[in-house]
Design a protein around this ligand. Structure first.
Ligand SMILES: NC(=O)c1ccc[n+]([C@@H]2O[C@H](COP(=O)([O-])OP(=O)(O)OC[C@H]3O[C@@H](n4cnc5c(N)ncnc54)[C@H](O)[C@@H]3O)[C@@H](O)[C@H]2O)c1
Length: 470
């Protein structure tokens, strides 16, 4: 009887095959983690809570991420209501305000204006560019707002610490948008490790392949191309990776070292005949995989959203590229962040970890966890768990998981975005930070690892110890 009900629960959450073997996991030694549950893996709202009124929030930065989180209000208006917005780009603020019916007096050009008014919402969603997180977070916390704070927390370790201290002083709920912690795939990976199924973790290999068009769009031409304007690549992109490794292991990182550089996207690699802009009559445009005309005007992929084009015709997009930073040649874009990097980490209990970020023809994080009794191989869709004793391999995949739809469709981080929004709303509603796995406290160590690894890279791979008290 007991087994049947467990089976029913596992079936409901789509984990039947792996769950069945976990019932027989035997006496393998475990990697006991923090208290953790995947019971809610397939629930993408808070239908179990009675909302007498929705949680109210103000969005700072109505760009990509601001629209993603505000999308939760569109899907669940009884739970979340967006009541204010700050955004300097007229096209974006108008579109956003219309969608969320925000009155004129609650539409602001810049985040500072929001805080000139008395507190008028429960929470603030900070989805401004990286360099504007700090000021907005400090002020929002002081005024008593709860915070959904995009990663990276801030541009330096000191600023991250200031925000943490501010949170402690005013006792607000702060969720850092480490969305992978909420993705069913990584929840499952953590569950397998915590169960002891692969014994003790010996080593982790984690790869973040950034697709070649994505690196060109975001880290060569786009908002994260300069360290001073945003953060180093390791924080801007791969703080998710460092964080998820730290989270699945639930161990302290002791030492770190890193190598990496900007190897390809620089003037000396420009082919003969290329021009400063792809639209300037570049002689090699047709053969260039990074051509802005190809990426935005011909292929019209997800990147096009960043261009704010009113119509999607080839001619209109090419016209826009003539003045937009997204029309710059990738070899002449003035970028300075790395295009490949490796980080070596030594965790407590002698666990070694190697992380690589590089560009490739595919995307989707690849992770291998090598344990004493088994191993895990995953690609964000399939999770294979191999048992050294039985020599059997079980596979779990994301097919049964309700990933996303609506505003979450193209940028859902495997279902992590919507589940983070769900848990943030829940935490604010219940005034309970325990509803979150990525509180600011829990997110600090991975930021420190990132900052120290970047320091190491700049110093030729020097090894640094990770000391949270320093
Ligand atoms: N969690 C994730 O997986 C994830 C993914 C992508 C980006 N991010 C982070 O989210 C943040 C936003 O990234 P994005 O992709 O949405 O970028 P975006 O450029 O689409 O959005 C940022 C918005 O902020 C606006 N803005 C600029 N100055 C402002 C000001 N003074 N006041 C108010 N708004 C202002 C911009 O006009 C823009 O619309 C960044 O910190 C980024 O690193 C996180």
């Amino acid at each position: 009887m007991k087994d049947i009900s467990r089976r029913k629960v596992l079936k409901e959450i789509g984990l039947i095959s792996l769950g069945m073997t976990m019932l027989n996991k035997g006496a393998l030694s475990g990697n006991k983690g923090e208290s953790f549950s995947i019971k809610d893996i397939n629930r993408t709202n808070n239908s179990d809570i009675d909302f007498d009124r929705p949680v109210t929030a103000i969005v700072l930065g109505a760009g990509e991420r601001g629209n993603v989180y505000a999308g939760y209000a569109v899907k669940n208006p009884n739970e979340l209501n967006i009541v204010g917005v700050a955004e300097p780009i007229p096209y974006r603020i108008n579109k956003f305000s219309k969608q969320h019916q925000i009155p004129k007096e609650k539409q602001f050009v810049t985040w500072e204006h929001v805080f000139e008014q008395e507190k008028f919402a429960d929470a603030v969603i900070i989805s401004t560019p990286d360099k504007l997180h700090y000021g907005a977070a400090m002020k929002a916390l002081e005024m008593g707002y709860d915070l959904l704070l995009e990663k990276p927390i801030a541009q330096s370790w000191k600023e991250c610490n200031d925000i943490l201290q501010q949170q402690k002083k005013f006792n607000n709920i702060v969720a850092v948008c480490h969305v992978l912690r909420y993705a069913p795939y990584f929840l499952k990976m953590k569950e397998v490790i915590d169960s002891g199924k692969i014994g003790e973790v010996i080593n982790v290999q984690h790869l973040e392949p950034v697709s070649f068009d994505h690196i060109a769009h975001s880290y060569v031409r786009g908002p994260w191309k300069n360290e001073k304007e945003s953060t180093p690549m390791l924080l801007a992109k791969s703080c998710h990776d460092i964080d998820i490794i730290k989270w699945i292991l639930n161990k302290k990182c002791e030492r770190v070292s890193s190598f990496g550089s900007l190897k390809w996207f620089k003037p000396q690699n420009a082919p003969k005949g290329c021009t400063k802009r792809c639209t300037d009559g570049c002689a090699v445009e047709a053969a260039c995989p990074y051509s802005a005309i190809k990426i935005y005007a011909r292929d019209k992929g997800w990147h096009l959203r960043y261009l704010d084009v009113k119509e999607r015709s080839f001619e209109h997009i090419v016209e826009k590229l003539k003045t937009s930073p997204y029309g710059l040649c990738v070899y002449h874009a003035g970028n300075d962040v790395v295009d490949h990097q490796v980080v070596n980490m030594q965790f407590e209990e002698d666990i070694t970890v190697g992380f690589t970020m590089a560009f490739a023809g595919y995307a989707g994080r690849r992770t291998r966890v090598m344990g004493s009794m088994g191993d895990i191989v995953g690609d964000m869709t399939n999770l294979h768990v191999f048992n050294y004793n039985t020599k059997k391999r079980e596979t779990w995949n994301t097919d049964d998981i309700d990933i996303d739809d609506g505003a979450f469709a193209d940028h859902g981080h495997g279902g992590g975005d919507i589940r983070l929004a769900r848990d943030f709303v829940r935490a604010v509603k219940l005034q309970d930070p325990k509803q979150l796995t990525s509180t600011i406290d829990a997110s600090m160590e991975s930021h420190l690892i990132g900052y120290m690894a970047e320091k190491s890279r700049k110093e030729g791979g020097k090894m640094y110890t990770i000391n949270m008290k320093a």
